[in-house]
Design a protein around this ligand. Structure first.
Ligand code: NAD
Length: 451
């Protein structure tokens, strides 16, 4: 699926014309290529007083450990910044925001293309002193606004440390690395909560899933095929699942990822057991399940036939619930298992004509929130990824004018690619995300729809 407009406005002659006409010019996003540097320039770490041993110093040390060029001050620096990390965990009053945010503002014009702004903060709780809750919630407002001001394919996201999680927790490192990297190209304006210090750093950050066995449903095409390819690139052995009618395409994906295919309708009552049996028999175990298969059957609720409602619920949520029960009951799914489900921004914001789809996708958000603690009992996690507008067969069926509006209505002014969703799924499946559980992360370029 291509976005011709973005190609044209970035082309030589047509690009200059678009500039003269003042047309929006979405940037070509920085995407992951194995071996490429994590960021494209020096990293500025703001917050705290330099050298006082506070959280900002700890973050700077972590980044130095990744061989990044880290600076603690922007003064007299003509660098094109690859990233700015603003550590605000120790702020106690909104007045404390002034210095670090002013410094952030002073470097926003000198960010490199594809740069990253990442805040590190703590959540605002009802039990906090009002001024503390105000400054903590204030970080959300800063982050979401700055993300909307960035240009050149740069993004802004935040890591939120819940409870007594420290900046040195494995998943804080994992989240920071993911948000700084090109893997998070289409994640923008989002806050990712780390809820425990579970998880472990991979032996090799380029192949974090080495030795793991993954199953991806709906993998014959689109986002599912991209997830299979990305998990395989990261070292996993991947079983690809799709309906028998998509068997030929499924076999091609299985060949491409050098693994096995399982033709299966996920609404089959024993689908979970059949997935486990296949993975154990052919690959010796099962560690990661990605619930990607999904359908849309759009109708205004007033016109929706019961069977149309039921089919969407059956595929998009009821089957996932049933498969998860079978996974949780199996001794084969016990080694730090991971479940990653596909939600949708439609489930978060609602969408005209999609009450069935939105019910199922909001259902996924609720399901992972409640499944996370069950998985934690066996050292695992359950999370969801909520894509916005992604260039696939599903969205190519949207009428032209609606499609063109939908794909521009985000801070990056373009649709995402299937690989953008796949990268976030791979991150949730990785050992360094073991402390992130029960959450839903939007991959939507900060779509204006919803929160
Ligand atoms: P797609 O229609 O291109 O592919 C979905 C795949 O799921 C197909 O190969 C299909 O055969 C398979 N499938 C459907 N029913 C199945 C069943 N009962 N058993 C097994 N396989 C089945 O869709 P896509 O755009 O790649 O979307 C993938 C997921 O991402 C879906 O859950 C979708 O709701 C979600 N999503 C997509 C977008 C987007 O913009 N494309 C946005 C938000 C969410």
């Amino acid at each position: 699926m291509t976005d011709t407009y973005t190609s044209l406005v970035n082309g030589g002659l047509t690009g200059s014309l678009a500039k003269k006409l003042g047309l929006p010019r979405p940037s070509v996003l920085r995407r992951h290529t194995p071996g490429a540097p994590l960021v494209t320039g020096p990293v500025l770490v703001l917050g705290g007083a330099v050298g006082t041993g506070d959280d900002a110093d700890a973050v700077a040390r972590t980044l130095l450990g990744w061989d990044l060029d880290v600076r603690r001050t922007a003064a007299d620096d003509t660098a094109r910044w690859g990233a700015v990390v603003v550590v605000l965990t120790e702020a106690t009053h909104p007045d404390d925001l002034s210095d670090p945010v002013r410094e952030l503002g002073s470097v926003l014009r000198s960010l490199a293309p594809g740069a990253r702004v990442v805040t590190v903060s703590r959540p605002a709780l009802a039990t906090d002193a009002p001024a503390l809750a105000a400054v903590r919630q204030g970080v959300d407002g800063i982050l979401r606004s700055v993300a909307k001001e960035l240009r050149g394919g740069a993004t802004g996201n935040g890591v939120v440390l819940a409870g007594d999680v420290t900046v040195d927790a494995t998943s804080v490192h994992g989240a920071l690395r993911f948000l700084l990297s090109a893997r998070s190209a289409f994640v923008d304006g989002q806050l990712l909560t780390v809820s425990s210090d579970a998880g472990s750093a991979p032996a090799d950050w380029e192949r974090p899933l080495a030795g793991r066995v993954a199953v991806v449903t709906g993998a014959a095409r689109g986002i599912g095929a991209a997830i299979a390819t990305t998990l395989a690139r990261d070292g996993a052995r991947v079983v690809v699942v799709d309906v028998p009618a998509a068997g030929e395409q499924l076999a091609k994906v299985a060949n491409a990822v050098k693994s096995t295919a399982l033709q299966l309708d996920i609404t089959t009552p024993d689908a979970g057991t059949r997935i486990i049996d296949h993975a154990v028999r052919r690959h010796g175990g099962l560690d990661i399940v990605v619930h990607n298969a999904g359908i849309t059957r759009d109708k205004l609720l007033a016109n929706m036939k019961p069977e149309v409602w039921d089919s969407v619920i059956a595929v998009n949520i009821a089957s996932q619930l049933r498969i998860n029960e079978q996974l949780l009951a199996s001794d084969a799914f016990r080694d730090a298992p991971r479940i990653v489900s596909l939600a949708s921004t439609s489930g978060i914001a609602g969408n005209r004509g999609q009450s069935n789809y939105a019910a199922s996708k909001a259902g996924v958000v609720g399901m992972v929130r409640a499944t996370g603690p069950l998985l934690a009992e066996v050292g695992g996690t359950a999370n969801a990824v909520a894509p916005g507008f992604i260039e696939t067969d599903m969205t190519s069926r949207i009428p032209f004018a609606t499609r063109e509006v939908a794909r521009r209505l985000n801070s990056l002014q373009q649709g995402g690619q299937p690989v953008d969703v796949a990268e976030t799924v791979a991150f949730f499946a990785s050992p360094a995300a073991g402390g992130i559980n029960g959450t839903t992360l939007r991959v939507c370029g900060q779509n204006l729809v919803g929160a």
